[in-house]
Design a protein around this ligand. Structure first.
Ligand SMILES: [Zn+2]
Length: 143
C-alpha cells in the first residue's frame, strides 16, 4: 500500500438508506478519504447505548480505523427522522429534534474525547427537507 499524504477521517453514520448514499459524496468533498462506520443511530451507540456492548463495538471500530489509517478527525453524523431514536414523530418540531441531537452528539463527543484525547471530533446533523434535499449542518454541542 502506498502511504497517503492527505489526512484520513473516521466517520460514524447511521445505516439509513435515505441518507447515507447522498451523504457520502458530501462527506468526501468535506473530509477527503474516510473510513466509514455505519451503525443504526450513529452517535446513539456512544451517547445512549441500549447496552454496553454497543459502546464496545463502536469504540473498537474507531480504534481500528485510527490504528490502520492514522485518522486524526472523528466525525459523528446523526440525521433527521432517525428510526433508532423513534423518528421525527417523537419531536414536536425540527428545532426540538435538532436540539436533542445536539445534546446526543455532545455526549458522544465527550465520550470519544475521553478515549481518544488527541483526536479532533466534529459533529454533524444531517437534515432532509420535504423536497428531499439533504444538508449537512455542523453542530457545536452544548459544553
Ligand atoms: Zn438513523
Amino acid at each position: 500500500m502506498q502511504e497517503r499524504s492527505n489526512k484520513i477521517a473516521t466517520v460514524v453514520m447511521c445505516i439509513d438508506y435515505r441518507f447515507w448514499p447522498h451523504v457520502l459524496p458530501m462527506l468526501e468533498k468535506q473530509y477527503g478519504d474516510f473510513d466509514l462506520i455505519e451503525v443504526a443511530g450513529a452517535a446513539k451507540g456512544l451517547a445512549s447505548p441500549k447496552n454496553s456492548s454497543e459502546r464496545i463495538v463502536l469504540l473498537s471500530n474507531i480504534k481500528t480505523s485510527i490504528s490502520l489509517h492514522h485518522t486524526e478527525t472523528i466525525v459523528l453524523a446523526n440525521h433527521q427522522d432517525c428510526g433508532a431514536y423513534g423518528g421525527s414523530k417523537s419531536f414536536v418540531s425540527l428545532g426540538e429534534e435538532m436540539r436533542f441531537h445536539q445534546r446526543e452528539l455532545g455526549k458522544a463527543r465527550d465520550y470519544i474525547r475521553k478515549h481518544f484525547p488527541g483526536h479532533k471530533v466534529e459533529t454533524i446533523f444531517i437534515s432532509r427537507d420535504n423536497k428531499g434535499v439533504i444538508s449537512l449542518i455542523p453542530i457545536s454541542s452544548y459544553e
